[in-house]
Unconditional design. Structure first.
Length: 383
């Protein structure tokens, strides 16, 4: 074995979840491509993207944000998981496993809440001065929880290996976790109250579908006053103790993994997606994963933002895994730039199409356009 391959060897060890095995530690993070068929269904472009990722030999592939409701959508062409669209999701999983049965495929289930577009309904977790957006009522919260349960059942029927209950990046479930959430009906206030909705979803899904891998993606620090990762509603400075308390409730509810991200893309994009020459922000992501791993050693931790390590990302991932700072290394933009990344990293690193962090894909998403990698035209080769 040559030295370069030896240095990344820790990536290629299997990870055992209860009932499922990830063959390696490389994760294709959820990346919306805003290309669903009418009504949020799975069309050929979506299937193509995940078939390519399957060929790439990732340990885990997260299917981009899949809405549990047609009513609250952040993207005009976002995916929606309902009975009507179920056959499409089955086709997606069958095609994915048909080319390679090793990678795990997990759906990222979401409610867009306040981040839904102006073409859609919007809802928020707690009272603030944005009067245009209503606060979720107690009955509304019950409906949202039921919506996640239904989507979990549909995910299992579609054949997914697991699911990520999305509570990161400012989407609805993440808003509940913030110190800013002072609701007085049991769904706000102390860490247990703020974690109540998310932990009840995780607990319920695990109870009914314990054979599946269930976890959540959170923004450990959002970079807004009173946001996740601060000590109180009027604090801006990062203090992670409160989020550790919040997460202890999610872990107690039975989460198999915590997918650690940061930031709110429309508000603090540089935190979520470190730019070129901003290694400092990437190292914050490494620290966030390490903090969660140290607090919850028995839960799988997935780190984020590895694309911004560019040509060093493979070695950085291996180092963090070997040192026990994370269990998995998650790549977003790099999986769009080159879905075959894991395979090439192992066998032909010079052949990797490296993400150059140009921001082209994020720009397309922001404009509600179909997302593809503008540098390599990946996902647009036919044009
Ligand atoms: C075009 C685009 C779409 C994204 N879609 C999602 C998504 O559906 N769900 C999610 O949790 N994060 C999403 N993200 C964030 C990525 O998963 C990832 O956290 C971010 O790009 C930083 O990681 P990276 O440096 O490896 O790209 C998206 C990012 C981009 C650029
Ligand atoms: S468009 Fe730019 S930032 Fe996005 S994946 Fe391609 S190279 Fe990376």
């Amino acid at each position: 074995m040559n030295n370069a391959r030896e240095r990344i060897e820790p990536i290629y060890s299997a990870y055992r979840f209860p009932g499922k095995v990830a063959e390696n530690r490389l994760v294709a993070q959820a990346m919306e491509i805003n290309s669903a068929a009418d009504g949020g269904g799975v069309g050929a472009e979506i299937v193509d993207r995940y078939v390519r990722l399957s060929r790439g030999d990732w340990g885990i592939v997260f299917v981009e944000a899949v809405s549990i409701t047609e009513g609250y959508l952040a993207r005009r062409k976002g995916l929606v998981l309902n009975e009507k669209n179920l056959d499409g999701f089955k086709r997606l999983v069958d095609s994915f496993k048909g080319v390679n049965d090793k990678p795990l495929i997990m759906f990222q289930l979401t409610h867009s809440g306040r981040q839904s577009g102006d073409f859609s309904k919007r809802i928020k977790a707690y009272e603030d001065d944005d009067e245009a957006v209503p606060v979720a009522t107690a009955e509304g919260i019950d409906r949202i929880r039921d919506g996640f349960f239904k989507a979990a059942e549909l995910s299992r029927r579609a054949g997914a290996d697991g699911m990520d209950i999305k509570a990161c990046h400012g989407y609805l479930l993440g808003e509940f976790l913030r110190p800013l959430n002072r609701r007085e009906d049991g769904y706000g206030g102390d860490a247990g109250g703020r974690a109540k909705l998310l932990s009840s979803i995780v607990r319920g899904v695990k109870a009914d579908f314990g054979e599946l891998v269930v976890g959540t993606r959170v923004s450990l620090y959002e970079g807004i006053r009173g946001g996740c990762g601060t000590a109180g509603p009027d604090e801006i400075i990062e203090e992670l103790g409160d989020m550790a308390d919040v997460l202890s409730h999610i872990v107690k509810a039975g989460a198999d993994f915590i997918n650690v991200s940061a930031g709110i893309p429309p508000v603090t994009p540089g935190i979520t997606r470190p730019e070129a020459n901003s290694a400092f922000n990437l190292y914050h992501h490494f620290r966030y994963a390490k903090v969660v791993k140290e607090a919850f050693p028995d839960v799988a931790v997935i780190g984020s933002a590895y694309s911004s390590g560019m040509e060093k990302s493979g070695e950085l991932a291996a180092e963090n895994i070997e040192k026990g700072y994370t269990d998995f290394a998650g790549f977003g933009r790099q999986n769009l730039a080159d879905p075959l990344y894991p395979d090439k990293l192992a066998l032909a690193p010079d052949a990797i199409d490296r993400c150059v962090l140009c921001g082209g894909c994020s720009g397309l998403l922001k404009k509600q356009k179909r997302v593809y990698c503008v540098k390599y035209r990946r996902g647009r080769e036919e044009d």
